[in-house]
Design a protein around this ligand. Structure first.
Ligand code: BGP
Length: 460
């Protein structure tokens, strides 16, 4: 075997409550911002398919977990829905939800699959959003109580916890670029949301540690290596600033326990710094993670801006760089994203060299394909050899990182079954398993068989 992975390497996939469970207003669950936004503006969702229309994990979790086992998984990440567990955001947990999450976790464990549980995957309870969401500092305490409830209820079974999935995405989507509710475009409010999210993260980590549970706690960040067009100083500066906004704004507080000084200075200079309170720095310092999840899809290629900024335009990170389409870059023809496998290795080496070689794992990586039914073979299964190649090439670079001393403990694919994805709904299929939306039938794709073999052999 050419690529052998370390013993106990985590092989699996990731999913999220809002994208898989369905039963969006059943079992005592209250609405999230997704239910609300869909009711307000269904036309903003691909083919007007909303958050109720999932693969139905809430009902089918037993069969789906049996499938995970067939796919060779020894670990699986999903999230708990805050609005299911504590429907009004604060208060006593909903007994039906407690039962469901216990059953789900127990079923995973009984199948030899380690549950990796994330506490927040873009699904803000509507009641919390109506109180200002992450702009309101009081939501921090509500979230910390919710997190603590999860640790109390499930902490003796779950050993891998994550406070947030891609915390920058609700900031970008909700407060900068208009692709999540509440569709605000205002950098200072975005910065406040980002800051409060990290305070909430740190508060949850503190609560976890107070309980002295066996296990570890981390955060999942979507890291996008920023590559400059050239080595000219203006391009290097552009890449440095893009990295500061999109990576280090979360990576530094999560791993080092404080914000990068140059980010703080820059935001202060432009009047965009969020308000802080005494004690915040100490809280953030206590929130350093044990483990970092890395979601990697594509890099960010940037160059110095071609034209001066119009100072009347809203302040955005793009005041400091332009995007750059590198000639000859490899594209995913079915999703419009660049494929750059070495990015995974570059991230791991950076964590080794600049972030104390913090233990990490790849918490998401995957290939979205629009119109995937055109790859259906005569016998009806999806012959997705492109996905096999995508995964294999990323694993090669991950393996190279391991050879060079990086501490990467696993690889989770996005995702195990085609799922509903935010405003893209079912536009891009990512699964190892095909979901037939009409019948609900599940059918393992070619990549699923291949992945199972890799996981069982611990290499390829
Ligand atoms: C990540 C999210 C996932 C999933 C994935 C694919 O950012 O953590 O929840 O949505 O992206 O995204 P899309 O379906 O939009 O291609």
């Amino acid at each position: 075997m050419q690529y052998r992975f370390p013993d106990h390497f985590w092989w699996g996939s990731a999913s999220s409550a809002a994208q898989a469970e369905g039963a969006s207003l059943q079992g005592g669950k209250a609405a999230t911002i997704w239910d609300h936004w869909f009711a307000l503006q269904p036309q903003r969702f691909h083919q007007q398919v909303g958050p109720a229309d999932t693969s139905g994990f809430y009902q089918h979790y037993r069969d789906d977990i049996a499938l995970l086992r067939q796919l060779g998984h020894n670990s699986f990440r999903t999230s708990i829905a805050w609005a299911r567990l504590i429907p009004q955001g604060v208060g006593e947990p909903n007994p039906e939800a407690v039962q469901f999450y216990h059953d789900m976790i127990d079923t995973l464990l009984a199948n030899g699959i380690e549950p990796f549980i994330c506490l927040f995957h873009f699904d803000m309870p509507l009641t919390m959003q109506q109180q200002g969401g992450w702009e309101n500092r009081e939501v921090i305490a509500a979230y910390a109580d919710y997190a603590d409830t999860c640790f109390r209820l499930f902490g003796h079974k779950v050993k891998h916890w994550f406070t947030f999935n891609e915390p920058i995405v609700p900031v970008e989507g909700g407060y900068l670029y208009d692709f999540h509710y509440p569709n605000v475009v205002d950098f200072r409010r975005a910065a406040t949301v980002a800051y409060h999210t990290m305070l909430a993260h740190a508060a949850a980590v503190t609560r976890f540690r107070t309980r002295q549970l066996e296990g570890e706690i981390g955060i999942i960040l979507n890291l996008t290596p920023s590559y400059p067009r050239s080595t000219h100083s203006a391009d290097l500066k552009a890449a440095h600033l893009a990295d500061l906004f999109f990576n280090r704004s979360f990576l530094d507080p999560a791993v080092l326990g404080h914000y990068p000084q140059d980010l703080v200075d820059l935001l202060r200079e432009y009047g965009q710094l969020p308000a802080s309170h005494p004690g915040d720095a100490e809280l953030l310092a206590a929130g350093k993670v044990d483990l970092l999840g890395i979601n990697y899809y594509q890099p960010r290629r940037v160059k110095a801006r071609d034209s001066a900024v119009n100072p009347a335009s809203p302040f955005l990170p793009e005041w400091f760089f332009d995007y750059y389409e590198m000639p000859g870059r490899k594209m995913n023809p079915h999703r419009g994203w660049e494929i750059y496998e070495q990015g995974i290795y570059d991230i791991l080496c950076r964590l080794r060299d600049e972030y104390g070689n913090i233990p990490s794992y790849i918490s998401e990586n995957g290939m979205g394909v629009e119109g995937e039914e055109k790859f259906r073979a005569a016998d009806g299964h999806i012959a997705d050899s492109y996905r096999i190649e995508f995964i294999r090439e990323h694993l090669r670079w991950l393996h190279q990182g391991l050879q060079e001393g990086c501490q990467c403990r696993g690889y989770h694919l996005w995702t195990f079954i085609d799922n509903w994805s935010w405003s893209n709904a079912y536009k891009n299929r990512y699964g190892l398993v095909r979901l037939e939306r009409e019948s609900g039938e599940r059918r393992i794709k070619q990549s699923g068989d291949w992945f199972a073999q890799v996981a069982r052999n611990n290499g390829f």
